[in-house]
Design a protein around this ligand. Structure first.
Ligand code: C5P
Length: 297
């Protein structure tokens, strides 16, 4: 018996970051949008817990119990007193350590798959609570669509999206560590009073209307200066995408993937070609949003 779950990547169309909290996390107003790049997690009964991964970036994925897919299986097994003897296979298409929640996707996917395989009967609410224990972005990987995340990003309110948005993602060489980017954010803001993070009403209205121009005018990522400070070459990628006619470009989450909002599929192809030709990224991926959350296939 095996179960396969497909889980989308995300881009943060707004990432407002507050000051560091006593627990080291940062309060956020995090507007997540799921995009149509997917990992697939397949769980199969086995004699012991093991993780395998296939895909262009598979070599960078940890296959031990630090992998979020393994941690998700262990968390559900512990709650139910089940032996977590399963083989978790990840067919990876989401960039690794790219700021697109690829690891979180695998955690949410493994959790949903194990819940089905073991007939563990965890409710949506229990699954969301396990997701929140696994990581700040994991609950959103489960629900998909669009949502406003508050707290450290794990408390979600679903958002309306009134149309399809077209995106080009420029994949960078190597990854960026999310904790390192937050540390750089703290360093850049030393001595500065960081305002409370608040969701932009204009941005939420643009999403609800499906208005790409209005969304482009309101995209923002407070982690972008920190990601650019750690990886200055991303400025060249942003410039190349904007020059090729993207409505807007920004760093995706903690980076180093950059995201370009474009008017339509034709503009997407043009921007992707220009990004590749510029030599400022290792690959360009075209996709649309919103995308559904974790789904058994
Ligand atoms: O929750 P998650 O494990 O994905 O977070 C990874 C790291 O990112 C945290 O250890 C923390 O350094 C940083 N982080 C943060 N504030 C958040 C989310 C993540 O500082 N809201």
């Amino acid at each position: 018996m095996s179960v396969t779950v497909r889980v989308p990547a995300k881009v943060n169309v707004q990432l407002a970051v507050g000051a560091a909290r006593p627990d080291g996390f940062h309060d956020l107003a995090n507007v997540f949008l799921a995009v149509g790049l997917y990992d697939e997690v397949t769980v199969t009964e086995s004699d012991e817990l093991r993780v395998t991964c296939a895909g262009p970036d598979a070599g960078q994925v940890p296959l031990d119990r630090t992998n979020l897919a393994a941690r998700a299986a262990l968390a559900l097994a512990r709650r139910r007193g089940i032996d977590p003897a399963v083989h978790l296979h990840i067919a990876k298409d989401i960039p690794v350590a790219g700021g697109m929640a690829g690891g979180s996707a695998d955690g949410a996917g493994a959790l949903l798959a194990c819940n089905a395989l073991w007939q563990a009967g965890a409710s949506r609410a229990e699954l969301l609570s396990i997701c929140a224990e696994l990581g700040s972005d994991v609950p959103f990987s489960l629900v998909g669509g669009a949502a406003l995340g508050t707290g450290r990003g794990e408390r979600l309110r679903a958002l309306e999206v009134g149309g399809t948005f077209h995106w080009v993602f420029a994949l960078a060489e190597g990854g960026l560590s999310t904790p390192a980017v937050y540390r750089e954010f703290d360093r850049l803001n030393e001595g500065v009073r960081v305002p409370e993070p608040v969701a932009s009403e204009d941005l939420l209205a643009a999403l609800a209307k499906g208005d790409a121009e209005a969304l482009a005018a309101t995209l923002s990522n407070d982690l972008e200066p920190a990601a650019l400070s750690l990886r200055p070459s991303l400025a060249d990628t942003l410039e190349a995408g904007r020059a090729a006619g993207a409505l807007a470009g920004l760093v995706s989450g903690s980076g180093p993937t950059t995201a370009f909002l474009v008017r339509d599929a034709e503009a997407a192809a043009k921007v992707a070609d220009a990004l590749l030709a510029s030599g400022t990224c290792r690959a360009a991926r075209i996709t649309e949003s919103p995308a559904p959350g974790a789904t058994v296939v």
